[in-house]
Design a protein around this ligand. Structure first.
Ligand SMILES: C[S@@+](CC[C@H](N)C(=O)[O-])C[C@H]1O[C@@H](n2cnc3c(N)ncnc32)[C@H](O)[C@@H]1O
Length: 273
């Protein structure tokens, strides 16, 4: 039986429901958080400094930027849905209704990076300071990214890092459209810069509250080929199933989730050479 999914983010996507479903415990997002920590350690290991970064399709999610703030001078957060941009702004402005990212900061800064507890608050302030703008993006629009000229003059494009997590597959409807979007994102990099992506392969929908949102089922080969075609080299691809034990996640995920979608989470990055 066909599953009824929606692409109507304006009507049905509730940022707080998404955050409480997926980010109430940092362990639920451990695969992404660990891979991001490893990514930054890897690319910064020879002392290289990075200037600027774009996250395309942030949703209402701050946690992908926790490591990044240590390494870059500026971050532009781009997001399609106004309510998600507002959730980002609420956190930046320390609005009392903002989602509490503190447990996730503690997890990343203390557990994954091995820093002391007093670094946690400092890192929160650093992330807030480094996000220079929260702007609109739309895979489906002619202009995929709307960065006001005074912002782009200072903070890019081009970027040293372009990151996108669980976003492109929520919007595209064909392999061709996916490949075009990867080429577009790679085209925002300066030579030597990195495209880093997280997502799920072969997924047709994902759940937020009682709504099922459309997802385009990606194949691993398409991801790798589209990155190569976009001029990316030194590609590093990793699947959840290759590194994570069920036991580690069984306390935070229902067993059915572990059997199905979670094992297909991927993490990939490549460098524009
Ligand atoms: C599953 S959420 C991912 C959010 C966040 N990046 C994360 O890692 O959890 C999917 C995201 O795709 C965005 N999206 C949906 N349609 C889009 C479109 N046409 N263009 C760009 N982003 C879109 C949604 O607004 C939402 O933020």
């Amino acid at each position: 039986m066909a599953v009824e999914t929606t692409k109507d983010y304006q009507t049905f996507f509730d940022p707080m429901v998404y955050l409480l479903n997926c980010f109430d415990q940092p362990q639920k997002d451990a695969f992404v958080l660990r891979r991001l920590t490893d990514f930054w350690i890897q690319i910064a290991k020879d002392g290289r400094k990075f200037t600027n970064m774009l996250e395309y399709g942030t949703g209402p999610v701050v946690s992908r930027l926790i490591n990044a703030a240590k390494h870059v001078q500026s971050i532009i957060a781009a997001e399609y849905l106004p309510a998600n941009r507002q959730a980002m702004e609420d956190w930046i402005n320390q609005d009392p209704k903002a989602f509490n990212w503190r447990p996730t900061f503690e997890y990343v800064v203390q557990k994954l990076e091995g820093m002391t507890p007093d670094e946690v608050e400092k890192r929160e302030a650093e992330v807030r300071e480094k996000i220079k703008a929260v702007v609109h993006c739309d895979v489906k629009a002619e202009n995929h990214l709307e960065i006001p000229s005074e912002i782009s003059a200072k903070y890019g494009p081009p970027f040293d890092i372009v990151m996108t997590c669980f976003c492109i597959e929520a919007a595209v409807e064909s392999e061709k459209e996916y490949r075009n979007q990867i080429a577009y994102l790679a085209g925002l990099l300066r030579p030597g810069g990195y495209l880093v992506m997280h997502g799920v392969v072969k997924e047709r929908f994902y759940k937020v509250g009682d709504k099922l949102f459309y997802s385009f089922p990606l194949m691993k080969e398409w991801i790798l080929e589209s990155m190569k075609d976009a001029g990316l080299k030194n590609i590093n691809f990793d699947l959840f199933s290759s590194n994570f034990s069920r036991e580690e996640f069984s306390s935070v995920y229902p067993i059915e989730d572990l059997k199905s979608g979670l094992k297909d989470h991927y993490s990939v990055y490549g460098q524009l050479c």
